[in-house]
Design a protein around this ligand. Structure first.
Ligand code: NAP
Length: 282
């Protein structure tokens, strides 16, 4: 039997990284790393792992993802989300390794009245968004074979996520309040990863938006989860102003998936993915 292709997965203990380790293990020999193995800011360690393993693909799922925390820890946010991805891309280029990095809808201001395309000018509202945008720029300017898969509102098994927390709170309290003035595309980690594996097979480079189809507000998303789970709880709609979180979020962060569709890849609607997630994992 021919040897499997090798993949390095960074951030392998996170929500997306853990799912990636499982999904990619079918066709790849997986080399998973997280904080306990080495910090992605450690250039020497990174270089040594990539040069030793010489994978076909490196997938960077590591990031500082605490959006409100980033407001207080600006330096950490820029080091992990902004500078480290550029170094990973450079090392991958040096060893001719294809590199996939994840971007976020939070690089946009949310002022646009229609969906954001890959060509739209980013204008982040938060430190998290600015740090992630810096990461995108550095990955692209490193000049290797790199793909930035921008995604949004991720949920799935492994780690904390919005849906698991909502279901828990609804069961406990019988009533929850959820913002109704931010719209986006909730995305199931496994749907994103299947899409990314397809893109990896084609060695697509540049920037691509990858999310489940359809759109909704956090209120719609929570209401659907409670309905699908069959919980008798009241979901109250509130405004972002009322929640008053440290980091501003875009009101509209719907990422257009037209480019992906034009390449021949269709992702199912978010409701179908949410039903599957709830049935299998909650
Ligand atoms: N979650 C979303 O809604 C969402 C939306 C759009 C885009 N994205 C992007 O998708 C990617 C994956 O997100 P996720 O939700 O799976 O994140 P996550 O669950 O927070 O996982 C990130 C992983 O990276 C690790 N990590 C953090 N700093 C590190 C460092 N300096 N060195 C090595 N490992 C480090 C974390 O370890 P610790 O837990 O120990 O810190 C964690 O295991 C990120 O690029 C994120 O920006 C996420």
């Amino acid at each position: 039997m021919p040897a499997k292709k090798k993949i390095i997965i960074l951030g392998a203990e996170g929500m997306l990284g853990k799912a990636a380790c499982g999904l990619f293990s079918t066709h790849y020999d997986v080399f998973p790393f997280d904080m306990d193995d080495f910090d992605i800011r450690d250039d020497k360690e990174l270089r040594s792992r990539i040069s030793d393993i010489k994978p076909r693909l490196t997938l960077n799922c590591a990031a500082y993802t605490n959006v409100d925390g980033c407001e207080k820890n600006r330096d950490l946010a820029f080091e992990v989300n902004g500078f480290a991805p550029g170094v990973i891309a450079s090392v991958c280029r040096e060893f001719s390794v294809y590199f996939i990095h994840f971007g976020t809808d939070y690089i946009f201001s949310g002022e646009k009245s229609s969906e954001y395309t890959e060509e739209d000018e980013p204008e982040p509202l938060s430190v998290y968004g600015r740090s992630k945008l810096e990461g995108e720029k550095r990955v692209l300017s490193a000049g290797g074979n790199s793909l930035i898969a921008r995604t949004s509102w991720l949920y799935g098994p492994f780690g904390k996520n919005f849906i698991a927390s909502i279901i828990e709170a609804a069961k406990e309290k019988g009533e929850i309040s959820v913002v109704n003035d931010q719209v986006g595309r909730p995305t199931f980690t496994y749907d994103l990863l299947k899409c990314v594996e397809w893109l990896a097979d084609k060695k697509v480079t540049g920037v691509i938006h990858a999310c489940n189809s359809g759109r909704c507000s956090w209120f719609d998303f929570a209401s659907a989860a409670i309905r699908f789970k069959g919980i008798a709880a009241n979901v109250r709609a509130i405004t972002s102003e009322k929640l008053n979180r440290p980091a501003k979020r875009p009101k509209n962060s719907v990422l257009s998936i037209t480019k992906l569709a034009s390449m021949g890849y269709r992702i199912r609607p978010w409701e179908d993915a949410l039903k599957e997630y709830i049935k299998k994992y909650l």
